[in-house]
Design a protein around this ligand. Structure first.
Ligand code: AKB
Length: 319
């Protein structure tokens, strides 16, 4: 079989996606690629691993050739908070990197998955039940790069027939790898702090509502989308996908049901609050449900129970 390449394989989504793909398609068929973060022993030893810079066409080309790659999950990206601090880096990684993947996919006939985000929307987008096809005028640099990536995917599909597919991920929550500098990171931090300190100081206000998803659903979404019958896909830029939406106050209440003496306090970070306020409260993901059967399994309470159970084992802290 042609091989699968996962870029950003050491990151929050990549580390779990790579292992799931290896179990499903055979470890030798899934090439993990990272930049400089040391991979876990499991990731490094269970199948092929390569260090590459995703903006380096020649380096990625060599890996695609060496392994006869037929599918690329391009997960390497700069997240929203880091993107505001380093806009040029965000453009380089998030847009130039996508261009490298699109060009190679055109040349080698690869299917390409590029994640987008709720960050691809902005303050002029309808905030509740945000439609699949709507105004996209983001005010964060991250959002600018994500919209650019979506439009480039549409362009390469229409112009060159590249099999592009994408997901507008909401905030992702996992007990395996930490997110790297996003606006929704609070929804991961809160579980660690609940176990470690029984308290958490949140950088967003208590009523900031955003879409969220537990990692097992995010992994299923990526694989199900890439396995979907192409003739059913009307959207080639990125699909709205969500599993739940909540505020910091609501996630804190769900933690408190399991750890009754947990307390949350608030110290607002104006940069991340500004980004969060420009994003939707909730997206309409009916196009994903209709076109490829999107159907998430985890809501807030089920996720909280699972997160705390798994983190308590990982951190060796009982509750
Ligand atoms: C971020 O907060 O930057 C990401 C995202 C929603 O795309 N988690």
């Amino acid at each position: 079989m042609k091989k699968i390449l996962v870029t950003g394989a050491v990151g929050q989504i990549g580390s779990e996606l790579t292992m799931t793909l290896r179990k499903r398609y055979g470890a030798e068929n899934v090439v993990a690629a990272g930049r400089k973060t040391k991979p876990s022993a499991e990731l490094r030893d269970s199948g092929p691993f390569e260090f590459i810079e995703v903006t380096d066409y020649d380096a990625v080309n060599a890996v695609v050739k060496k392994y006869d790659v037929g599918t690329i999950y391009h997960l390497a990206a700069i997240l929203s908070a880091v993107g505001e601090a380093k806009p040029q880096l965000a453009w380089k990684v998030n847009v130039d990197g996508v261009m490298v993947m699109l060009e190679l996919s055109r040349e080698y006939g690869c299917a390409l998955m590029v994640p987008s985000s709720i960050g691809a929307f902005g303050p002029s987008t309808p905030k509740d039940g945000t439609p699949q096809d709507t105004i996209q005028r983001p005010t964060s640099m991250y959002g600018v790069t994500k919209v650019s990536g979506e439009i480039l995917c549409d362009y390469y599909y229409t112009k060159y027939g590249v099999d592009t597919r994408g997901l507008r991920y909401p905030g992702l929550i996992s007990h395996v790898a930490l997110p790297g500098g996003g606006t929704t990171d609070y929804a991961v931090d809160i579980y660690y702090k609940a176990l470690e300190d029984k308290k958490y100081e949140c950088f967003l206000s208590e009523d900031t509502r955003m879409d969220m998803m537990y990692m097992p659903d995010a992994i299923d979404a990526a694989i199900d989308l890439m396995e979907a019958d192409p003739s059913n896909l009307e959207h080639r830029n990125a699909f709205n996908v969500t599993a739940m939406n909540f505020t910091p106050k609501e996630i804190a209440q769900s933690v408190k049901k399991v750890i009754p003496d947990f307390e949350i306090s608030y110290k607002i970070d104006p940069v991340r609050q500004g980004i969060a306020d420009s994003w939707p409260n909730s997206m309409d993901d009916s196009a994903a449900r209709k076109e490829w059967g999107w159907d998430p399994k985890f809501g807030l309470e089920k996720m909280t129970e699972d997160m705390l159970k798994n983190l308590s084992k990982k951190l060796n802290i009982n509750y």
